[in-house]
Write a protein that binds this ligand. Structure first.
Ligand code: PGA
Length: 249
């Protein structure tokens, strides 16, 4: 079911004590909202975060996972390990994973399947690079990212998918897609899903925008009809900024 979501991707930031401090502040300042609020601390701080937020509505989600159930994959984390500490949603396909760790569509398709097989929810990230936007190829890139990683899923799997459109040129750069650019792409994403599946699946999936969302621009972006919330990087590391973004929805 389509819902409003504001999620904070903390990336490789905050040690255990800092994680605890930020979560305490966030839980205390959390405004009344219909939106689901999620935070993604680093792996080593996930279990502590779940414990700290036991009595809060804030959900703890993971930034990544491996596709294998278990085995000789040094340094990796499986779906069962996440579920074992109470983490039921995982971000997959973030552009930093694609760029720095060479996660391509084929690997991501495996990861998505592995998470869904374990009844986890997937927040799937995708988006074009600056050259794609400049050459007018951005719609093709987004369509192929969706098709290659998601369109072989059964229709029933889509109730466990959240999409996060994150144009790479807007991530951590201070440059944001305009609300019109976000809306245009989100509408295109829904049309692409309608063509591949049907209008009900397209209408029910939550599509978040990510890329330099901050208190100053959140309201305008979230005001667009096909934007269901945001995946927030830098601005999620300060409680007051993240709270202001939640208030904007
Ligand atoms: P940013 O990151 O808000 O710092 O641009 C967004 C993201 O990478 O999810």
């Amino acid at each position: 079911m389509r819902s409003k979501i504001v999620a904070g991707n903390w990336k490789m930031n905050k040690n255990a004590a800092e994680t605890e401090a930020l979560l305490t502040e966030l839980a205390a300042k959390l405004p009344d909202t219909n939106a689901q609020v999620m935070v993604a601390p680093t792996f080593v701080n996930l279990a502590g975060a779940v414990r700290s937020l036991e009595s809060s509505v804030i959900q703890v989600i993971a930034q990544n996972m491996h596709f294998a159930e278990s085995g000789a994959y040094t340094g990796e984390i499986s779906a069962d390990m996440l579920l074992g500490i109470g983490v039921e949603t995982v971000i997959l396909g973030h552009s930093e994973r694609r760029a720095y760790f060479k996660e391509d569509d084929a690997i991501l398709a495996q990861k998505v399947k592995a998470a869904l097989d374990k009844n986890m929810k997937v927040m799937f990230c995708f988006g074009e690079e600056l050259e794609d936007r400049k050459s007018g190829n951005h719609f093709n890139v987004v369509e192929s990212q969706l098709k290659n990683a998601l369109f072989s899923l059964d229709a029933s799997a889509w109730s466990s998918i959240i999409l996060a459109y994150e144009p790479v040129w807007a991530i951590g750069t201070g440059e944001t897609a305009s609300p019109e650019q976000a809306q245009e792409m989100h509408a295109f994403i829904r049309k692409t899903i309608t063509d591949a599946y049907d209008a009900s699946i397209a209408g029910n999936v939550s599509i978040l925008y990510g890329g330099s969302v901050k208190p100053a621009n959140a309201k305008e972006i979230f005001g667009k009809p096909d934007v269901d919330g945001g995946l927030i990087g830098g601005a999620s590391l300060k409680a007051d900024d993240f709270v202001a973004i939640i208030e904007a929805i």
